[in-house]
Design a binder for this molecule. Structure first.
Ligand SMILES: Cc1cc2nc3c(=O)[nH]c(=O)nc-3n(C[C@H](O)[C@H](O)[C@H](O)COP(=O)(O)O)c2cc1C
Length: 225
């Protein structure tokens, strides 16, 4: 569905223009979010034109500037919540990229403050992180990456093309502090994805899982738990 060139052309963007997201794009994003929430039993929410979250002291803290629109990643507390938020959050990130919008995952909650009434966190739910979205001052920059051998463990004689493609797509997935602490094990009966120890490594796992599926094609393999 998405070409490797398309995946490669997405970079995190941290500085945003004061430019509204057009209504037709908002509708497309809301529909994608609705589908993700339904499939994943989560509660992602798009917040638009919030002048408060990144204002005051926070307007000049870190490298994030001008964010007014963001997606809040909320879900019921459960063992695999972070992985689900990563998986579906990245689906929204790539949909936004398709619309020509820029994004940046933001885990550090000290970078923004809660705006009363901007989003809901229901009983039993937790808010884990957000994704900034909008028109960037620039398109971001390519960054360094691990290579195939760093992130794979092969237990079969021949490596199929779908596996190579899945790994390649995953190497261009965003991870917290670009840590890329994941390993794909190729076994006779499928693929096992292992996350490393690190901040948000379970969110990273979900993001990378989504990229791998896009590159490999879900019809070609099974995930091994
Ligand atoms: C789970 C997660 C949390 C992140 N948190 C932050 C953050 O708090 N601040 C920030 O500037 N970037 C954050 N990032 C962006 C990463 O630093 C960025 O994705 C990584 O350096 C790779 O660069 P790329 O997205 O341009 O490929 C986060 C990314 C992920 C996946």
């Amino acid at each position: 569905m998405y070409s490797l060139e398309f995946i490669k052309s997405r970079h995190s963007v941290r500085r945003y223009l004061d430019k509204e997201i057009p209504k037709e794009f908002v509708d497309i994003l809301q529909e994608e979010i609705r589908q993700c929430n339904l499939e994943g039993n989560i509660n992602l929410q798009l917040v638009l034109n919030d002048d408060n979250a990144f204002s005051g002291m926070r307007a000049n803290y870190g490298s994030i500037k001008g964010v007014k629109n963001y997606i809040v990643l909320v879900g019921k507390r459960c063992k695999d919540l972070d992985e689900k938020l990563g998986y579906y959050g990245e689906r929204i990130v790539l949909k936004a990229h398709e619309l020509g919008l820029n994004t940046c995952w933001i885990g550090l909650s000290m970078l923004y403050k809660k705006t009363k009434g901007a989003y809901e966190v229901n009983k039993g739910e937790t808010k884990r992180l957000i994704i900034a979205i909008g028109y960037g001052e620039n398109q971001g920059h390519p960054r360094s990456s691990k290579i195939f051998d760093d992130v794979t463990n092969i237990a079969v004689k021949e490596i199929p093309d779908w596996f190579k493609n899945g790994v390649e797509y995953s190497l261009f997935a965003p991870t917290a502090t670009n840590q890329q602490k994941f390993v794909f094990e190729l076994c006779k009966d499928g693929v096992r994805l292992k996350d490393g120890v690190g901040f948000y490594s379970k969110v990273d796992k979900g993001i990378v899982k989504y990229h791998f599926e896009l590159g490999a094609g879900t019809e070609n393999f099974n995930w091994i738990k």
